[in-house]
Design a protein around this ligand. Sequence first.
Ligand code: F6R
Length: 244
Amino acid sequence: MSIRDSIRVCRDYNEMSRMAAEVFADYIKNNPHGILGLATGSSPEGLYACLVEKYNKGELDFSGITSFNLDEYYPIEPDNDQSYRYFMNHHLFDHVNINKGNTFVPDGTAADPDAFCRAYDEQIKAAGGIGLQLLGVGQNGHIGFNEPADELIGGTHLTELTESTIKANSRFFASADDVPRHAITMGIDNIMSAAGVVLVVSGKNKHGALMALLDAPEDPHVPVTLLRRHKNLMVFCDEDAYNG
Ligand code: F6R
């Protein structure tokens, strides 16, 4: 199967969000004790809104679901409104009947981040592995916070954000100086081990990253290209991302 068979080009952000949310809704219905891998950022906001809408209509039950988030800034307090824990509570967890004790987001306050990362990988393994992983992609091709590098790290790890990511994410902060310089992120093996992967890509500024996934050789300097090897990858993009 070619990567082109995995991609669904949607009219706009809203259609992309609805279509990708259907995949998550089906997964949750078919796997009431399923394990979700979740992402933050502007790409999945619409998808989470669709899931909340479905929950409010009585179509979804999150009570048995467990989730592991891809990443979190480091250091950051969970109640900081820029933290990914805050984002997840605000966009999804506070609005559905998920047991918050079963929602895991890397700990931006961990005193020993390396020990935390090893424990996070163990927790994912002990839960049975990720059933369906949601991803966005950075303009530089990062997935999670696996930034372009000569070699990508397999497991969860502490990483330094690139200047381009700090600049892109500064739109959420008062200034670029306020963006944390580090993050804890799942590694490439964590992502590739998920049984299914849903990538959502929206906007003209993601065109380059999307085209690299479709056409460029696999290259750790454009981490998203490694997804091409995944056996169950679904890509939902909008026309802006596809056509540039
Ligand atoms: C967020 C994450 C990042 C984002 C990427 C795109 O949890 O892992 O890789 O998916 O930076 O961010 P947005 O969607 O804000 O353009």
